[in-house]
Design a binder for this molecule. Sequence first.
Ligand SMILES: [Zn+2]
Ligand SMILES: [Zn+2]
Length: 428
Amino acid sequence: MGKNYFQAIPLKDSYQKKLREFTASLGNAIGKGETIPLVDNDLAYTLNLQNERIKEKGLEIDYEAYSRNEDNRFFDIADWKDKHYASRVGFGVYGVKRTLKRDGKIIYKDKLRNDFFGTITDIVSGAHPDNDPYICPNCGADGTIAELQNGCPYCGTQYKMDDLFPKITGFYFFDSLGITKLQLLIGWPLSAIFCTILLYIYIINQLINPNAFKLLPFIDTTQTMTVLLSTPIIGIAYGFFLFCFIHLLFKIARSIVDLWRMGTAASRKRFEYGMKKITPEFSFEYFQNKALSLVKMAVYSKDESELPFYKGEPLPAEMKDIIDLNYAGIIGLKRFEEKDGYVTAEIKGYFDILSVKDNKVKFTHPVYSATFKRRTDVPVNMNFTMTRINCPTCGTSFNAMKNKCCPSCGNEYELITDDWVLVEIKKA
Ligand SMILES: [Zn+2]
Ligand SMILES: [Zn+2]
């Protein structure tokens, strides 16, 4: 378990292949509602909700994730595992192109320089999670791993383990730290003009007063004209270095502010330590993946009060105008507390949000805070899915995303018996 940020270790070939297929089909899942066969149930459900939101707003989106480097490879960034499953985060240099249309007319277009992070989950060798849920990649019916290997009870397709695993269980795009074209187009000329003016002041001072302290070596007073004419060129070159330097200072300043806003790494460590007492395999990476998935589902849902995991106030109306939500910066743990058999954890993070109200499109980067709660007497099941739960009263399995109550005994299912619930999302 751990993070491998500083070594570029390529992922296994089978993982590379699935991540490539995933990024290639992501656009059609979001834009056209097509199913991606390689994802877990919760992710499939989230992408579906997002597609419905876009359609409901009367919009069409052309969404494309494209590789920004030739060899199109993914690298191992972080990992965690339990008895049955091992998850890894793969990193790839990807960009996203989005074109938003209404009645065939383009109302918004952008191209983002992003890095892609995808969580990919595989079975631990030797493990047989036969009864674990898996949605049929062909027809979308709820089933189990064993059922799909014996032939889906609905469409009959038979799968090999290699078709089902590894699968993608989460993803996000992260803003590259690079300089944007716009910043360069404005920043460099300004820095160049600034440097040129400074150089002229310096040169004129040297010409008037040849005995002044010589800071720069290139002034030859016998060739005044050449010096004066070549100054702007030197100014442009110096301007570039000045621009890069200022840019770097801003980045450093921003990351200091970010870290302070998002909570410290120490609180993350304490949270991990506390949770490991209940579930030794617990990691913050796992929790982050889970948290993002629940936030997305709540935001994209038509009515979050219908969702089994949502136990909060109605969401602010503007969240229902969001058509594309992406985690866009560090997620930190703002606070966590353990009390009366429950643990409560509040995270804060940057999000990139594309929202549409009437015909106005907005692209913003708010900080959201989200609070999660779960029991401390039940170990974390890292592969828990709401699409197939077992009724605690009678044992019947059913899809809790579709029915809140057990279809056999009628008892209302309380998700907090098994997993995390989301109790609040707000703009921070
Ligand atoms: Zn099927
Ligand atoms: Zn029941």
